[in-house]
Write a protein that binds this ligand. Structure first.
Ligand SMILES: [Zn+2]
Length: 375
């Protein structure tokens, strides 16, 4: 890690287990708890960086696996790095590529060295090692680089999870040693739903010493209560003065519970993917815009939202765009869903700062997760 890296994390307020803080990077600051929109292929689908800023985004996540295969990390480096390439001047976190190797590629083989796989694009053969992942993320110029880890599928035996924890620690040590990028590497705690293995994994990584820690291996199909429990108990194992990133979670109610449990950073494709499918989050519950009931509905999508979509367009118009397969539907829906998620984080930060998070959380669960309100 570069000793001159401007990376820092400062805790500003705590309320019960929930914390509000500030993450500083070479590309600006991020108020936490923060949600990172997912920009898989160096783009958050359907929206521009200007849209993202207007929605309140301060940090993005991009996927190493996709960018490595296409257009290639060397090309992105030649073109001035990922920030310049995609015209986003704020902080960027990149994942290690491991998760996509496991979910998208074929013929993968994992051993102590790393993982060998074939591209889902053209079948070409590749090897991803801890060192290679760090090299790719350094070439991209990520502010936060995630170490390669082994995320065992659900269900896995205790022996399999234990082996994944051991390998994740070994790979984390190699990653830390290899990292030569402009940002900082984060370690990833594994251990599935085994409390003692989570503890071992956290202890191993803290011995190595990372500027930040992620909680991995969640949101792989387990029930919401299990996610909340793992988030809370693992967060409690991690140092107070380092950011905690809960990977791949999730629904608004899951984010609220994870914030209550002491997590600071989040990412999920849910708001953007759902948006493109016409599934919209509102302060009154979820809306499926294609339903007939919205055909003559002149109200905004969410009367409590002040995003571009809610300021200018009616539910009737959005429904028309969606059922007509107009591409503007994807943009307007994505803008709204991101504004909803980012607004939710902003309200949580305020409630924590003002010492009323528990009351806010109670009200949120009483009405925020209500099913679609109208018929
Ligand atoms: Zn809106």
């Amino acid at each position: 890690m570069d000793a001159l890296s401007p990376f820092s994390f400062r805790l500003l307020a705590a309320d019960g287990g929930a914390r509000a803080g500030r993450l500083a990077t070479a590309h600006g600051e991020v108020a936490t708890p923060a949600f990172m929109p997912v920009g898989t292929q160096a783009t958050v689908k359907a929206v521009t960086p200007e849209d993202l800023r207007a929605c309140g985004a301060e940090i993005l996540l991009c996927n190493t696996y996709h960018l490595y295969l296409r257009p290639g990390h060397e090309l992105i480096r030649e073109l001035g790095g990922l920030h310049r390439f995609m015209h986003w001047d704020g902080p960027i976190l990149t994942d290690s590529g491991g998760f996509q190797v496991f979910s998208l590629s074929s013929l993968r083989r994992i051993d102590e060295e790393g993982v060998r796989f074939r591209s889902h694009l053209d079948g070409s053969a590749h090897a991803l090692t801890p060192e290679k992942s760090m090299e790719i993320q350094a070439a991209l110029g990520s502010d936060v680089a995630m170490v390669l880890d082994e995320c065992p599928p659900l269900p896995s035996s205790r022996e399999e999870v234990e082996e994944a924890v051991r390998r994740t620690t070994a790979w984390a040590a190699r990653s830390l040693e290899a990292y030569r990028g402009p940002g900082v590497p984060f370690g990833i705690v594994q251990g599935g739903t085994y409390a003692d293995l989570r503890e071992r994994s956290a202890r191993d990584l803290m011995t190595l010493g990372f500027p930040g820690y992620a909680i991995g291996g969640v949101s792989v199909g387990e029930p919401p209560e299990a996610i909340a429990t793992v988030a809370r108990t693992t967060a409690a194992l991690l140092p107070e003065d380092r950011p905690r990133y809960l990977m791949g979670v999730g629904r608004p109610q899951d984010l609220v519970e994870a914030v209550a449990g002491g997590c600071d950073l989040f990412d999920c494709v849910m708001p953007t993917r759902n948006a493109r499918n016409g599934a919209l989050f509102t302060s009154e519950g979820r809306i499926n815009i294609k339903r007939e009931q919205y055909r003559r509905d002149e109200r905004p999508l969410d009367p409590a939202c002040s995003c571009e979509t809610c300021r200018h367009y009616s539910r009737a118009y959005l429904r028309h765009l969606y059922v007509s397969n107009e591409i503007l539907a994807s943009r307007l829906h994505t803008v709204h869903n991101l504004a909803y998620y980012l607004g939710l984080m902003s309200r949580m930060r305020e409630a924590i700062a003002e010492g009323r998070f528990e009351a806010w959380r109670h009200v949120f669960h009483a009405k925020g997760t209500a099913p679609e309100s109208e018929g």
